[in-house]
Design a protein around this ligand. Sequence first.
Ligand code: ZN
Length: 607
Amino acid sequence: MSADSIQYRIVPSDPAGHVFTVECTVTTPDPAGQVFFMPAWIPGSYMIRDFARNVVQVWASCQGREVPVHRADKSSWRCTPVNGPLALRYEVYAFDLSVRAAYLDAERGFFNGTSVFMLPRGQESTACIVEIAAPDSSVATAWRVATTLPRAEASPWGFGTYCADCYDTLVDHPVEMGSFEIVEFEAGGIPHELVLSGRQRADKARIASDLAKVCAEHIALFQDVAPMERYQFLTLVVGEGYGGLEHRDSSSLICSRNDLPTTSDRGISEGYREFLGLCSHEYFHAWNVKRIKPAAFSPYKLEAESYTRLLWVFEGITSYYDDLALRRCGLIDRASYLELLGRTATRVRRGAGRLKQSVADSSFDAWTKFYRQDENAPNAIVSYYAKGALIALALDLELRIQSKGRCSLDHVMRALWARYGRRGIGLPEDGMEQVVAEVSGREMTDFLRRAVHGVGDLELSGRLADFGICLKLRAASGPDDKGGTPGDGRAPRPVLGVRSRPVPQGAEIVNVFEGGAAHRAGLSANDVVVAVDGLRVSGADLHERVARLPAGEAVSVYAFRRDQLKRFTLEPQLPALDTVYFEIASNPNSAVAARRDAWFGVVDDRD
Ligand code: ZN
């Protein structure tokens, strides 16, 4: 590192008050007055968060003399021109337990660079050195540091200096500090580490062995050396929580304690399957979005929204491969995989938003719609994750059929990697169509235009039949039915067409589904239902109460809208066939069986 590096120092200065103190020193500041900028968003989470709002106090100095510093805009500060090295010192309030920002208390600290490191404008390409300082010894003596930032003078897992070749690198390596546990494993010849913060008594050896299989599966898919020298899963274990954010050499995860297996557990619980799926998802992102990335993110512009219609490629295809990899590496059986796929298809089919918004538009509007969902979201938005995963499935199957098994989505991913990811070139907005055509030797433009820019349901039944899989539709058996299985076999019972939650006075409506009985009756989100058919409703039993009514027969419903008691006339309806599950043909012919095996793995001993 040259003497001209940007020098950062971050200190967990007030764990009880959740405050980091950060210094940023620039050797040759802008002679017109140096501007320091804090990002407005973090890559991977497409919402303006204005991280500068957590900056509490700012001071600047040059060779011991105070330098006046003023706000330039909501994200920037400007210093008076100086001759000589300029040091900016500021405090950052860090009390966000999610994977997207920063957190500090007396037990642990965590930060993304986008929440704590200001960029000296004009020095985007300058190398950075960061000293991560230990908290006061009265707080912690056993704390260590976990990050994939390259070490400069820090010892392994130690406080001290780390480095980055530029600001973009600096902020793409989150840092955890505290007394965590480390589990090491290898995949594809690369050292991997699972770092577990928070209280847990999980079977670490088993998780490491399972994650090694998932990681090896993804590395093998791209048929190239893994693009990272080391990889870390930074995992915070909490009572109840779920979340993940991808980075180039690591991911930040939050999981529920009970989702992790203990040494007495056998098999894969639903929670553990979800945890493995989350790890698989974020790991696949190391290729698909961190390296194969939209041109709009090359480089990231962190001042304002960066628009792309391609989030369905980066989140949808990643959502397709996250569960498929669990199946292909043998961690879950076919029935379990098809259950997950059925749940994805169910999520898409249950929202009227799928009839109004394309995944291209959902990608473009992520900043104001998908990331800012309100009570009307199911009626207005389609998820570029869930429908994107179904498009990936349809495209994969289509390519396999058309090419008689010579070509698949795997080939498309390898081509995206070779042409864009490995070479550091951004994927243009029409790049996916081009690569698909090139790899398959066929024009798939019509298929992609309909799937990506069109609305409504994809045609999946016919394609799946060629692989010996039958798509089935049924009614939901109750509010907790996520789909993916044949259900309980009961005859469909009437529904209200809402999602609700229990409150002390009754049941509060969270979403009203378009065209459902509640919508027709005039009920609204935030209404608190207190009585149905002349009987009081006690919170959790709203759905069961309606299920016992005769379909189509008018009953009265009383609900509070704010403080006003209102009466509605409701005709309970039989539920729509909006729940998807898949059945495997038991005796497919050999061609069908071969296609199916090539797609999601050969029969294993659990099948
Ligand atoms: Zn993702």
